[in-house]
Design a protein around this ligand. Structure first.
Ligand code: NDP
Length: 610
């Protein structure tokens, strides 16, 4: 079998060609040291308090409704792709009584909130948009616009009749297990006190907008918003541009991560002046977006999407494939991604040799990224500032054929803040960096999201299980689950997300597998008449040990990286929360478990058994 492996067959001499290893190591270390801040993750603040308007839904008016007091069979908390696919699979399994619930005004999750100009998926849409074959339709482009993705989420809800009984603009404030009734009592911020036999949480991992704790940020009197709450009433236009109200405005964009890279070229086109406040440059590789070829789309055979998704996942997880079906910036750098995303390890070479090859491949990749900056950006000083000096997976890689080009426009200025750890302060009408002051009309924060904060882990959604024990107590020393899905003492409660299971850059695929698994377990429980679904304490212990023992040893790599949310701003956790052998192996393990051990979590109450 021929395998696609970017390193096999390449001589070490060639890998090392043109790479000054010692100089690059020294440069990366110096840049990391320049960027590290003693306050780490504490430099950020949630977008609440006087900035509470960031949390307001600008897209859908909140409608009054009576509090709910009814009971449903399944409550799904979260109407993003994770919740939607779970709802769809449960419907397919014949479950009628499903209530979807979300804090947003409609389905879509990330794609509901994020509607900034230029928004697109950065994973190929044919493997990113779930259930394309079941729902019908084909993305218009290889990397589809955000609005199209949001509408696909709505189409999933319509196809599987998930609007029936759905409630929006509703946040769960309390979940309490009622032992006698064998169901959850659910309280919300709308005064609801309803009941659900099964509760599934899919509330996302990058959802709460965060702002830098810049001194004086509250005193700014101009206009300001976070990219995930784009204010089109101020800018004019829509996701595709024409931000005509910015024509006489001096606009600041703070942040140059995956969001900033998409937003900046759009604002550059329409603002009178754009100041880009950068702290760490992203790696910006070729995007090569293009319209979907109708002939190709017509030629696809049933089952094509699952095959393509699995092909993508296998490649970025280090598993052999016969052919690269995707051939883009993600699959061509698969080897480098395993520095942070777990996966299969090539044991044909020693760990030292593997690390040597990985580092050389990394240096070459980053050299090409830096060379691209010189090719595109005309002003040499600006080009210098836009070059990233760190290993490829220290930050989420980005792709754009417009971002670097934007800095050739006369109305665009790059302001580097790295020497000062970011913006120094803000005044009522300006941003100050060191001694330099920049007056602006509007500040747009492309400063990202709190990481891994779901209501369950933050305590915003308190959960009280059997015997009055809270989930936060049970997880006091870290999450404790079987396979990431459920915990002992918390019957009929399922989690989708990234804790104690597998992870990948195409997180929607991960969510789909989780949805399939949860739906299969619930369906089996119905078939055999189980009262509740809950792992035994020993099974949970064993899984926690497995996660720990197989945790990939990438702490050194992470610690040497430039700070960012990937390494908790320079303080990486001691062990990974993911299944070390990677997502493909994890999905294999789940499949086997469903065949052989599923009955272990299906319980029947004693009194009903009698
Ligand atoms: P990030 O956290 O990646 O970026 C935040 C940016 O704000 C960084 O450039 C950061 O600089 C900068 N910043 C923070 N504080 C300051 C400060 N005090 N002064 C100056 N600059 C500051 O957030 P994003 O929203 O860009 O991306 C988050 C994630 O969302 C992505 O990694 C990706 O997973 C996802 N995403 C996916 C997209 C898709 O198409 N699928 C599109 C957009 C986002 P520094 O790097 O120095 O910390």
């Amino acid at each position: 079998m021929s395998t696609h492996n970017p390193v096999q067959g390449v001589s070490n001499e060639l890998l090392g060609e043109g790479v000054d290893v010692d100089a690059l190591r020294a440069k990366y270390k110096a840049e990391r040291d320049r960027r590290i801040r003693p306050d780490g993750a504490a430099q950020y603040q949630p977008a609440t308090g006087s900035f509470g308007y960031y949390a307001v839904d600008p897209y859908t008016e909140r409608a009054d409704r009576e509090p709910l007091t009814d009971a449903v069979e399944v409550l799904v908390i979260g109407g993003g792709f994770g919740g939607l696919v779970t709802g769809a699979r449960l419907r397919q399994a014949g479950i009628e009584d499903i209530r979807m619930m979300d804090e947003a005004g409609d389905f879509g999750g990330t794609w509901y909130w994020n509607r900034y100009p230029g928004i697109r998926c950065d994973i190929e849409s044919y493997v990113y948009l779930p259930l394309l074959e079941e729902v019908g339709g084909m993305p218009s482009e290889r990397y589809a616009p955000g609005e199209e993705i949001r509408q696909h989420a709505v189409a999933i809800a319509r196809t599987f009749d998930l609007y029936r009984d759905a409630v929006f603009h509703t946040r769960v404030t309390n979940l309490m297990w009622d032992e006698d009734a064998v169901e959850w009592v659910v309280e919300t911020d709308r005064g609801d006190r309803m009941r659900a036999r099964q509760v599934i949480t899919s509330s996302g991992t990058l959802t709460q907008p965060k702002l830098p704790g810049i001194p004086g940020i509250d005193s700014f009197e101009g206009h300001t918003f976070h990219t995930s709450r784009w204010d089109y009433s101020y800018t004019g236009g829509d996701q595709f541009g024409n931000l005509n109200k910015l024509a006489d405005k001096k606009v600041a964009v703070v942040g140059t991560g995956a969001t900033g890279i998409q937003v900046i070229p759009m604002v550059a086109r329409d603002a009178e002046q754009l100041l880009v406040f950068q702290r760490t440059p992203s790696s910006v590789d070729v995007r090569d977006n293009r319209p979907t070829d109708p002939e190709w789309a017509a030629s696809l055979q049933p089952g094509w999407q699952q095959e393509r998704m699995e092909n993508f996942l296998a490649q970025v997880s280090g598993e052999p494939v016969e052919q690269d079906l995707i051939q883009d910036g993600w699959t061509s750098t698969a080897q480098l991604q395993r520095k942070v995303v777990s996966g299969a390890v090539d044991t044909s070479v020693s760990p030292e040799e593997r690390e040597r090859i990985d580092e050389l491949v990394d240096f070459r990749k980053m050299n090409s990224i830096r060379a691209r900056v010189d090719e595109v950006v005309k002003d040499p000083a600006t080009a210098q500032l836009l070059k990233p000096w760190y290993r490829y997976m220290c930050k989420r890689p980005t792709f754009s054929d417009f971002y670097l080009e934007a800095f050739n426009r006369p109305n665009v200025t790059l302001v580097d803040t790295a020497d000062f750890g970011g913006i120094t302060r803000m005044t009522e009408n300006s941003i100050v960096v060191g001694d330099a002051e920049y007056e602006v009309d509007c500040v747009i924060f492309a400063t990202g999201f709190e990481v891994g904060v779901s209501g369950v882990t933050s305590g915003a959604m308190p959960v009280t299980g059997r015997g009055g024990r809270t989930l936060l107590e049970a997880w006091g020393r870290g999450p404790r689950t079987l396979h990431g899905f459920y915990s002992h003492g918390f019957p009929n409660l399922f989690h989708l997300g990234s804790l104690q299971n597998a992870n990948s850059v195409n997180f929607v695929h991960i969510l789909m597998e989780q949805a399939n698994h949860i739906a299969a377990v619930i369906t089996k429980g119905r078939e055999v008449g189980a009262d509740f679904i809950e792992p035994a304490a020993e099974a949970e212990d064993q899984w926690c040990r497995t996660i720990q023992e197989l945790s990939p040893n990438n702490r050194k790599f992470q610690a040497e990286c430039t700070p960012g949310y990937y390494n908790r701003e320079g303080n990486p956790p001691p062990v990974s929360f993911s299944y070390g052998p990677g997502p493909v192996a994890f999905h294999r393990l789940l499949k086997k478990w469903r065949r052989e051990e599923i009955q272990d979590v299906l319980a029947v109450k004693e009194r009903q058994r009698a």
